[in-house]
Design a protein around this ligand. Sequence first.
Ligand SMILES: Cc1cc2nc3c(=O)[nH]c(=O)nc-3n(C[C@H](O)[C@H](O)[C@H](O)COP(=O)(O)OP(=O)(O)OC[C@H]3O[C@@H](n4cnc5c(N)ncnc54)[C@H](O)[C@@H]3O)c2cc1C
Ligand SMILES: *[C@@H]1O[C@H](CO)[C@@H](O)[C@H](O)[C@H]1NC(C)=O
Ligand SMILES: *[C@@H]1O[C@H](CO)[C@@H](O)[C@H](O)[C@H]1NC(C)=O
Ligand SMILES: *[C@@H]1O[C@H](CO)[C@@H](O)[C@H](O)[C@H]1NC(C)=O
Length: 712
Amino acid sequence: MHLGAQCLAAAAALLFARPCLGYPQLVDKIKARQIDAGSLRSSYDYIIVGGGQSGLVIANRLSEDSSKTVLVVEYGYIDTNPAQLEPSSATNYLSRNLFNVTSVPQTAIGGRRISVYAASVVGGGSTVNGMLFDRGSAEDYNNWAALGNPGWDFPGLLPYFRKSTTFGTPDPDIVRQYNITWDPNAYGNGPIEATFPSWQWPAISIQWQAWNEVGVPKMVDGETGNAFNAYWTPNNVDSQSRRSYAKNRYFDPVASRQNLHLLTGYRVNDIQFSSSKRAESVRIQQRGTPNGGSTTTIRANQEIVLCAGWLNTPLVLQRSGIGPQDLLSRAGVPLVVDLPGVGSNLQDHPAGRISFEYTRDIQPNQASLRNNQTFSAWAQQQWQQYRKGPLSMLVGNALATLPLPTMLSTYQSLVSRLNSQNAAQYLPSTYGPANIRGFEAQRRVLAASYASRTNGVVEIPFNGAGATSLVLEKPLSRGTVLMNPSDRLGDPTVDFGTSINPLDNEVYIASIRFYRQWMQAPSMQQLGPQEQSPGASLTSDQQLINYATQGLTSTTAHSCGTAAMMPQDQGGVVSPQLLVYGVTGLSVGDISLIPLIPATHTCATVYAIAEKAADLIKARAAGNSGTSTTTTTTTSSTRTTTSSSRTTTTTTTRTTTTTTTTRTTTTTTTSSSASVAQPKWSQCGGIGWTGSTICTSGTTCQVLNPYYSQCL
Ligand SMILES: Cc1cc2nc3c(=O)[nH]c(=O)nc-3n(C[C@H](O)[C@H](O)[C@H](O)COP(=O)(O)OP(=O)(O)OC[C@H]3O[C@@H](n4cnc5c(N)ncnc54)[C@H](O)[C@@H]3O)c2cc1C
Ligand SMILES: *[C@@H]1O[C@H](CO)[C@@H](O)[C@H](O)[C@H]1NC(C)=O
Ligand SMILES: *[C@@H]1O[C@H](CO)[C@@H](O)[C@H](O)[C@H]1NC(C)=O
Ligand SMILES: *[C@@H]1O[C@H](CO)[C@@H](O)[C@H](O)[C@H]1NC(C)=O
């Protein structure tokens, strides 16, 4: 890589590529179709807005047909920092790879502002995320179908979960020792590799027994619709515990396709429409240039696909004239379609810490890495020699996702109070009639899920330690992402609306009490668990609600729902074909389209959504070919000529760009490679949702949220 970078730098200096391009291995280095704005074609068949997780999946699939040209416009850059491939990156991310946005004060949780999680780097969330790779239960997805979306039930999605993923055989000793089970039929031979690391902490066996003792049986698998009760869940890593993600598995292998271009460091400001409301082009602006400065327009012949994530997909729509009419008029944006659902229906998984200390912990445990020299030296050796052992572990591999009836004997009372709520009273004040109808439709399916024994409402990740997070999986509260009317090119305003529906607090405190029961299970007594927080003296509803108010965080980085797939008269933004209502040629392919948040971490689901989206987009292009054959053929032959006659100049320009990018990241690369070899345990100790975390890059660690920490 360093040789490549030097060579590219030399080539750029000479403005002449020949000295380097003579070496095949170096040609390899620059074949990535990362282009600069000067090399853009004037039009593409498909323009994908956002080269994050879903955007790269869709780009890969659409460019399989070499006659189709595909452009991905990504605001972030390619991050070559090797630390992001390491297991320890699971609970730490680099601040430069996320948008720097904070919510408005969350009124129901003490007025705190909460940092949002929205990636801004090639690969998006998959580049920075915690690599816990699970799926929701069948009911989670069946609920989507029940909201008016045929084909989006679990049987309709399972082929796409399979298509995106391959299961790598884990270490048989660990599998035997801990009785790790999974369903091999859940996986196919797709790009993303998932497996279990070669280590677990021994106390987890006691925890499994204790779950069983409090009526939470172990499920053989959580991948084929059985993600409730307790189950093992893999990580999206290869056999060496290296991150397997959208950039290295969906983009890099196809980066040499001539019909695929990736433009980094540019933002799509808005979409422009023809008089018949066909999405015709995107307007892009270089990152770092002042708003209102120069922009470039690129046309799309076939379709524009929004993959800008939960934060920016609704924002781009709003800036383009698609959104709530009153907001657009306040911002002075001419109305294209009044869609009140754009930016509403924001959902996430709020979470709070719970912590017990084991007074008779068994050895080794997570603390042994810090306080037992012999053990930590052994762990280092296992890691350096074989990439195995405790340091190959990420955040953990077991989840208890608890149905409400499991935790709360009076669940029926809660469900009937939910049904009799005046919905509007507990929704954001900006919600109009369509949004309220949409929530009422969601409430009908949610009420069934709340009473179900095969669908969870709270997730408790466990890995042997006594401290973890209690995570609300089916919150009733809703939030918003709205363009700032006085600065439409600035950041949007985010309001998670955490706990504005008080029933969310009731579910949360039920989970605190159930966690206490779990800690009191007979098997657990050998560990001598002692409550630290909330603290055994806090027992009344009011005391526990106060604890929630002080400690809940709004997000575990699973924000979604802001351009929901719902009927249009229920605040929907896209149809089950993912086309934005009221216009043509525009679709959404990212996490924004989720109507109801599933009881799972969202990464695997986003792969399935994006794979399915790509199939839907291809199918409609095939169906359209009758009308557009002539145009397509002409365009495509012109394109071939342009592209080949451009090759030399394009390469030279591209070289310059790549050099700049590489140079920027090299500094970090050098300093972080050292720490990759020698993880400094406890540098950020005690943070993170299932144990201590470390910074493998950067030097200091900042906690913005009890769930993840940030390396600065
Ligand atoms: C810190 C963190 C930890 C997480 N941990 C886990 C986990 O352990 N397990 C799990 O399953 N899930 C996890 N997730 C969630 C999961 O990674 C995300 O839900 C998923 O990656 C979202 O994919 P997406 O394609 O919808 O959006 P993203 O991957 O966020 O992609 C959106 C892309 O669009 C770009 N963009 C935005 N606006 C524009 C614009 N106007 N023009 C051009 N480009 C633009 C952004 O830069 C970004 O790259 C985590 C997420 C984060 C952030
Ligand atoms: C993030 O934004 C805040 C407030 O605008 C600012 O103070 C801070 O420096 C920013 N952080 C980074 C890393 O840019
Ligand atoms: C292993 O797990 C399976 C699936 O839950 C269970 O049927 C079996 O009894 C377990 N075996 C042991 C030895 O615990
Ligand atoms: C420290 O670790 C070693 C190796 O795992 C183990 O044999 C020893 O018992 C541990 N010491 C203590 C005090 O737990």
